[in-house]
Design a protein around this ligand. Structure first.
Ligand SMILES: [Zn+2]
Length: 63
C-alpha cells in the first residue's frame, strides 16, 4: 500500500490524543482545539467523540 497523500495545511493526526489508538487517515475524526497560556493554539484528534469528551473533561478538571 502506498498512499502518498499530503494534507494541505501540514496538520495530520496519527493517534488519538486520549487513548492513543491509531487513527485512519481516510476517516473523520473529532478534533479539539485549545489555547495554551502563551496563546498558541494546539490541536488534538480523537478516535471518536466519547474519547474527545473524556479528554476535554479531564482538562477542565485540572483548572
Ligand atoms: Zn481514543
Amino acid at each position: 500500500m502506498n498512499e502518498g497523500e499530503d494534507t494541505a495545511d501540514g496538520t495530520e493526526f496519527d493517534y488519538c490524543a486520549n487513548c492513543g489508538a491509531e487513527l485512519g487517515t481516510d476517516e473523520w475524526q473529532p478534533i479539539s482545539t485549545r489555547e495554551s497560556e502563551s496563546g498558541a493554539l494546539s490541536f488534538d484528534a480523537f478516535c471518536d467523540e466519547s474519547c474527545r469528551d473524556s479528554y476535554t473533561r479531564a482538562l477542565d478538571a485540572e483548572e
